[in-house]
Design a protein around this ligand. Structure first.
Ligand code: UDP
Ligand code: MG
Length: 326
């Protein structure tokens, strides 16, 4: 057998509309790579069904029945994109030399796979797919996403700008990732911490092939908060700084009101009073909220709940291992 084994891992949540097309295109792409002897014939695509409510899993089973090139992991319920991805990576690392993760909706240009594999062969462990332009995203998506990366950076969470979860990882990089035992998972922030030689591949982000985004604003905001609070404690520091400044302002207010008092103008001040009550009240609540967010994280980490449970793993005939060597 020639070349290294490549597994492509695809988390799927209600993706029945795009799945057949994604499967077909990936097969074409990988057959081409096999022909060019860039990857081994034992390479596969693994779909991770993240508790879809539509026929996604039935489709995956059918694909697998017809062609063992397609594998599937069925999670017991919806656990979110990041956990589904983690499940896929952890299962794939047992068989593959390198694993590429991408979304089901074909927004990530699959032609970047060639370059990723080439980089792997030149000794790079982690290849990040970076969007060179977001021209095809809606204005709203673009603005919120770019705002998100900038806020992350400001708040001290080191992520790769305009890189989502389209990336190649070598087996040893995934083994490194497996050692990060956190329950609050934000892969984009953790993977740079794994280290190892890394590089970038630039691609144009396309439109969703079919179906709707599975990331409505609510999920996007939750994702952003998760990313920031799981990577950085800067928000807590900012609160301390804020508290300090407000304390300084209150001293100045004290001096000011004494001066007013001795000048004989004491009755005014209702406005400042009202403003300060509301301002401090609001700030206290905000600060409590942020601190609470971290306490919530500690709570979840101490529980150490499993991030996902696998209901079924479709791989090879009768679950046999694939041949790894010639
Ligand atoms: N996804 C998932 N679980 C979820 C939500 C999304 O596995 O709870 C998958 C989804 O099927 C897709 C990927 O995550 O493959 C990215 O989702 P989507 O394309 O809807 O996000 P967007 O591109 O709009 O940010
Ligand atoms: Mg998408």
């Amino acid at each position: 057998m020639y070349g290294n084994i490549l597994y492509v891992v695809i988390p799927c949540y209600n993706e029945e509309e795009v799945l057949p097309e994604t499967a077909r295109r990936l097969k074409d792409k990988m057959e081409d790579l096999i022909k060019k002897r860039m990857i081994s014939e034992a390479s596969k695509v693994i779909f991770v069904n993240d508790g879809s409510k539509d026929c996604t899993w039935e489709l995956i089973e059918k694909l697998h029945e017809k062609d063992y090139f397609y594998g599937g992991i069925n999670l017991t319920r919806n656990r979110g994109h990041q956990n589904a991805l983690l499940a896929g990576l952890m299962m794939a690392k047992e068989y593959a030399d390198m694993v590429i993760s991408m979304d089901a909706d074909l927004q990530d240009d699959i032609n970047a796979v060639d370059e990723m594999v080439e980089k792997y062969q030149s000794g790079i462990d982690i290849v990040y797919g970076v969007r060179s332009s977001r021209a095809k995203d809606t204005f709203f998506k673009r603005a919120t996403a770019e705002g998100f990366y900038k806020t992350m950076k400001f708040l001290g969470a080191d992520t790769v700008f305009n890189h989502a979860d389209y990336r190649l990882m070598s087996k040893r990089a995934i083994e490194g990732l497996a050692k990060f035992k956190e329950v609050n998972l934000f892969l984009r922030g953790i993977i740079p911490m794994v280290g190892y030689p890394s590089d970038f591949v630039y691609y144009e982000r396309g439109e969703r092939f079919a179906g709707e985004s599975k990331y409505p604003l609510k999920k996007m905001l939750a994702f952003a908060v998760e990313g920031i609070t799981s990577l950085s404690i800067r928000p807590i520091r900012l609160i301390t700084v804020l508290g300090f400044f407000i304390f300084l302002i209150s001293i100045m207010m004290l001096v000011y009101s004494f001066i007013r008092h001795f000048m004989g103008a004491t009755i005014i001040g209702w406005t400042t009073l009202m403003v300060s009550i509301w301002a401090t009240g609001g700030l206290i609540l905000l600060s409590l909220g942020v601190v609470g967010e971290y306490i919530g994280k500690i709570y979840l980490e101490t529980k150490g709940r499993p991030q996902y449970l696998v209901e079924k793993f479709l791989h090879d005939k009768a679950g046999e291992d694939v041949e790894k060597d010639e």
